[in-house]
Each structure stands twice: as C-alpha cells, then as structure tokens.
Design a protein around this ligand. Structure first.
Ligand code: SAM
Ligand code: SF4
Ligand code: F3S
Length: 476
C-alpha cells in the first residue's frame, strides 16, 4: 500500500495519449469513454479497477487520453494536505479542458470526495459529480443525473459494502502483479489519521470471493497478489455454511494454497494485531513472501499514546524481535511521522533510536500534516514549526539511507529466486523483478528464453541503495 502512496503522487503519465481497452471487448461495444487518474494508497488504485468494471458494464470504455474522454474521474487521497493540493491543481486543469469540450463530465471519487462532500460542487464548482468510496455502484445513475445538468452526489458510507462480487478490470497492469482488497475502512482511531472518516467502519470481504478472484488472476497469468487492507490482521469473516471462522492467518493459507507458483504479499499490518499465527503461516508456505510492512509512526511512548496507536515502544520492539525469530530472512518496512503535536527533541531522539534499532529495509517517512476533523486536530495544537518538522524528517531520511544501503549490501554475493515483472526501465536487454523479501533486482536477459511471470535464480553481484544487480544462474 505504502509503495503506491509514493507512486500515487505521480499521476498516471503513462495513460496519456493512447486509447486502451482492458476488457478486450470490441471497441464498438463501448458507447462512451472514461479516463481515470488515481492518487493515494494501493487501496485507491484497487478501487479504480472496481470503478472501471462498473463503467465497462455500462458501456464506458477506458481511454488513456483525457481529451477524448466523455467522463473524467479523479480518485483522490486526503491523507496529507499536499495530497489534496495536488488533486486541486489537477482539477483546475480538467476544468480548462471542459471549457473546450463542454459535454464532458468531471467526477471526483475517493477520500477527498468523502471528506469535502458537496462543497466541491456547490462552493468551489470544481466538479459535476462527487462520489465517496462506498458509492461506486451508484456511479452509472450519477452520470445520468449529471448529464441532465444536475449536481450528482453520493457520499454515503456503508457498513457492509466490499464490492466482493465485482471482478476488477486491471488498469495499467504488468499482467504479473495484482492487488486484491480484503477489508475496507478502519476501526482504529489513530488521532492523526483521516482514513476512519473517509473510509468508514472496517468490514471484511467474503473469503470465497477473495479466493475466487485470486484463482481467476492465477489462471490468467498473474503470479503475485497483494492482499490489501488498512489493517489486514483484523480480517475476520465467518463462513456460515462451514461454520468456520476465517482469520487473516487462515485467509493467507487459503490464498497460498491456490498455487505454489503464486506469490502472496499483504499490506498493512498493525503492530497491535499481527499474531504469531500469521508469522508461522508465512514460515510454513514458501510462496507467502517474507516481507512485513509494520508502521511504527513514533518511537516515543508519550507520542504513541497521543497518536492513539495502542502499543508502546517496548511492545513494538518485542514484535520486531518475534518476526526476526520466526522469520529470520524477513524484510521489514515502516511508516514514521515527525513533528506530531507536542513532539520534543527527546521524543524525536526516541524515534531516531528506534529506527536505528530496527534498521528497516524500507521506510516511508512524513512530517505531520494536520487533517481537519481528526482527533488530533480537535484535541491538540499543531505546535511544531514546519521547519522543525522538516529538519527532523531529513534526519530520519538520512539515517534510513544508511540502513537501506547496508540492507542491500548484505544481499550482494547471495542468490535469490526472482519473479520477472517487466523489462528494466533503462534497458530492453535487462529484466526487472523482485525477490521474496521485496527487493528490486535487475539482470541481463542473456540468451535465456524467459518471459514476464517466470521465476529465475539470480546471483547478486552489486547494488545501489534501491536496486540489486545480478546475473541468471538457473532457470526454474
Ligand atoms: N493503515 C496503515 C497504518 O496503520 O499504518 C496506513 C495508514 S496511511 C494510509 C499511510 C501512512 O500515512 C501512515 O502510516 C502514516 O505514517 C501516514 N499519515 C497518516 N496520516 C498522516 C498525517 N496526518 N500526517 C502525516 N502522515 C500521515
Ligand atoms: Fe489510519 Fe490508524 Fe487506521 Fe492506519 S490504522 S488507516 S493510520 S486510523
Ligand atoms: Fe488511501 Fe489516502 Fe484514502 S491513503 S485510504 S486514499 S486518504
């Protein structure tokens, strides 16, 4: 999830300028065209694929070029102020496009739609439609409403919507890796976070529909799936027919059993909820990847309490030790926030020391951005000056750079099973893939008749802070 949150800052440039038809249907089938741009976490990208499926069924084909679209959609994120500013800028660009093409409709989807609701239509007049994350089934009806010149809004949050029965249409996919949503919403009330307000209550998707989607993905050539939820460890679903309770560990196992050739990843784990049962399940199945994203947010107990994270620094460290005991080769990543309300230099040093202790392979670090309506906004003063927040962030990033380079260097001279995902971005003569512990590997294609989705053994000979370089040793 977190990986795309970064990627999401860059709108989908690759979609511009070229028509595409993910359903493989005859172009004549589609009466109209939609263009969708996604921001935010992996769940938002996965939602855009649900939206594409709903629209395809109504005769809307996708286009990579907003200029030829009848319907322009922007699936938005509210997590930090900067994310919303990026979307606003983009909406202004779409407004100018609409002036040249008056029939075109502009819709805002996702978390910002949910947070700002009709304000975007009425006060700011930026869009024609506002559709919250639980209202995508009503999108076709809202389009009809907007076409008659009415302002169309549906931001109702649901307690049970999971879109479990909708087969997502994969957008801009490499045909190897796919996201599969397993929960929606979040019941944790981290005081800094807007997600519980934009995504509503947590609900778990029917396990049968998850497994069916994974089987279908595998049969169409996909070789890696990432199970998505804001807190995957709290997945909980009761199979009434079999009278069986499905926990996240059980779900992981069911998905791993689809095929030993399918890699399984998941994100995000909450330190308070990840269980030994999950860790032992990862250890038992070769195809469940040894990689855990375990956001810590702060290393100071006082700040963790203000953040309402419900664990302490000691609890977190004990979890990390347990992960390393049960899964000695597990990659570990985190999220860290600097400059949360009242954070002192001492608190910051506690976060710094925790980062130094954990030596993460990957870390996503942010300075605190106050979000309207959150518990922190209501209860505490956003009292750390921006330059202090940013200086602390820079210190954290500098420390993490050392750790990530060391983590890469530890893998030099080792060999890894790599799943081939695509051509290297820099050279057609090289493949790009990832190891089980989520490191990107670049290696020469040489004379081997390999293709995307194949596994191959690679001997690592060198690295940078972000990439391993190697050569093929055995073709599996
Ligand atoms: N559910 C996940 C968790 O519990 O960590 C991810 C939540 S959020 C989509 C991704 C990350 O954004 C968080 O882990 C946090 O580090 C960061 N974040 C959330 N709210 C923030 C805020 N108000 N300011 C800065 N960073 C924030
Ligand atoms: Fe936000 Fe906390 Fe829920 Fe993650 S667990 S989505 S940080 S409220
Ligand atoms: Fe995701 Fe951003 Fe919403 S991180 S859940 S799209 S606020």
């Amino acid at each position: 999830m977190e990986i795309l949150e970064l990627a999401g800052k860059i709108h989908d440039e690759c979609r511009q300028g070229e028509a595409f038809n993910p359903l493989g249907k005859d172009v004549q089938f589609f009466k109209k065209r939609f263009y969708i741009e996604s921001y935010g976490c992996a769940m938002n990208f996965a939602d855009s694929e649900v939206v594409a499926s709903i629209l395809n069924a109504e005769g809307f084909g996708a286009t990579r070029n907003p200029e030829e679209a009848d319907l322009v959609l922007i699936n938005t994120c509210s997590i930090r102020e900067k994310a919303e500013l990026t979307v606003r800028k983009r909406l202004t660009e779409f407004r100018s496009l609409k002036k040249k093409k008056p029939g075109m409709l502009i819709g805002i989807l996702g978390c910002m739609a949910e947070r700002l609701k009709a304000r975007l239509l009425e006060e700011e007049k930026l869009v024609d439609m506002v559709v919250g994350p639980d209202a995508y089934r009503s999108l076709p009806a809202l389009v009809v409403e907007a076409e008659t010149g009415q302002k169309a809004v549906n931001v109702l949050l649901s307690r049970d919507e999971t879109y479990g029965d909708i087969a997502p249409v994969r957008l801009d996919s490499n045909g190897v890796c796919a996201f599969v949503s397993i929960t929606r919403g979040c019941n944790n009330m981290c005081s800094f976070c807007v997600v519980p307000f934009t995504r509503g209550r947590e609900r778990s998707r029917d396990a049968h529909s998850i497994v069916a989607e994974v089987v279908q993905l595998f049969e169409t050539g996909y070789r890696e799936i990432t199970l998505l939820g804001q807190n995957v460890d709290s997945y909980y679903w009761i199979d009434e027919e079999l009278n069986e309770t499905i926990t996240f560990a059980k779900l992981l196992e069911k998905v791993a059993l689809v095929s030993p050739l399918l890699r399984v990843r998941f994100s995000t784990s909450h330190p308070k909820d990840i269980t030994d049962e999950v860790l032992f399940t990862i250890a038992r199945y070769e195809n469940i990847c040894n990689y855990i994203h375990l956001p810590v947010q702060s290393g100071s107990n006082r700040i963790l309490q203000l953040m309402n994270r419900t664990y302490t620094r000691e609890w977190y460290i004990a979890k990390v030790k347990r992960i390393r005991e049960i899964l000695p080769f597990c990659g570990l990543s985190t999220d860290m926030i600097t400059g949360f309300c009242t954070e002192t230099e001492e608190d910051h040093q506690a976060s710094y020391a925790l980062m130094d202790y954990c030596k993460y392979d990957l870390a996503y670090m942010y300075f605190y951005s106050e979000r309207p309506g959150t518990l922190a906004e209501k209860r505490y003063e956003d009292d750390i000056p921006e330059e202090v927040k940013k200086r602390r962030l820079q210190e954290m990033i500098a420390l993490h750079r050392i750790h990530s380079l060391e983590s890469m260097q530890r893998d030099v001279n080792k060999k890894f099973k790599v799943l081939i995902e695509a051509n290297s971005k820099k050279s057609e003569a090289h493949w790009q893939g990832r190891t089980d512990h989520n490191k990107v590997v670049i290696f020469s294609k040489e004379a081997y008749p390999l293709k995307k989705g194949d596994y191959v053994m690679v001997q690592i000979h060198s690295c940078t802070a972000g990439t391993l370089m190697g050569e093929i040793i055995i073709n599996n």
